[in-house]
Design a protein. Structure first.
Length: 224
């Protein structure tokens, strides 16, 4: 018998958009929306559970033993199909936090996409793979000798939002929203209510109801 996934948080999140989820966060008094992380490769919306890693200045990288690992490879191997990789690179150094081979490796792993608070390079490669990338800026500069991975799957800061491994994210052309795992059910309930009401408003407009009536007091007070 096929598994019923209709109530799975990722399935529900994939039916929504960032604006509905951001409005739901506002309604509930939660912080999670991040602006300025632009949709750089693929126009597909992404939603899923998150795997994290943080980059620091190369000089501040923790000491390691054994063979070196390139940044991001641990996160890709830890990710499950449908997960989103979320990267903090707040060093201020213009150096790639993600690149083309990582995009291909993540796509092979069936990762949904990557969200990077920092620079990304090889964006044309990501576009050729139709691999969704959201990031702060673009660069051609390599990470080598500039930044290095501090850790994987610990809390990171994206904008002014803390993202924990196992939390949820949604991203589209409007922005990025991080949702704490503990809050996801009530956020989804609120977002689905908002989305449903907006769909009804659109139907009313198409049926000829004046927009001043459609966007009246009920709309203005919807997030109370």
């Amino acid at each position: 018998m096929a598994q019923d996934t209709s109530s799975d948080p990722v399935t529900r999140l994939n039916r929504l958009d960032c604006c509905a989820v951001s409005d739901a966060m506002d309604k509930l008094g939660l912080k999670g929306s991040v602006s300025g992380l632009d949709q750089r490769a693929s126009t597909r919306r992404i939603a899923g559970r998150i795997v994290t890693f943080k980059l620091v200045k190369a000089a501040d990288a923790p000491a390691t033993t054994g063979a070196p690992r390139h940044l991001g490879t641990t996160a890709i191997e830890a990710a499950q199909p449908g997960d989103i990789i979320v990267v903090e690179q707040s060093t201020g150094i213009d150096a790639g936090s993600w690149g083309g081979i990582l995009s291909l490796g993540a796509k092979v792993r069936k990762v949904a996409g990557v969200i990077v608070d920092g620079p990304v390079r090889d964006i044309d490669e990501a576009r050729s793979y139709d691999f969704p990338v959201y990031c702060r800026t673009l660069t051609a500069r390599t990470a080598r000798g500039r930044v290095a991975e501090a850790f994987t799957n610990e809390p990171v800061t994206i904008g002014d939002v803390t993202a924990n491994p196992g939390d949820y994210a949604i991203a589209d052309a409007s922005g990025v929203v991080i949702i704490a795992a503990a809050d996801v059910e009530r956020v989804l309930d609120a977002a689905e209510m908002i989305s449903g009401r907006e769909a009804a408003m659109a139907k009313a407009l198409l049926a000829g109801t004046p927009i001043s009536e459609v966007m009246g007091a009920g709309y203005e007070h919807m997030l109370r």
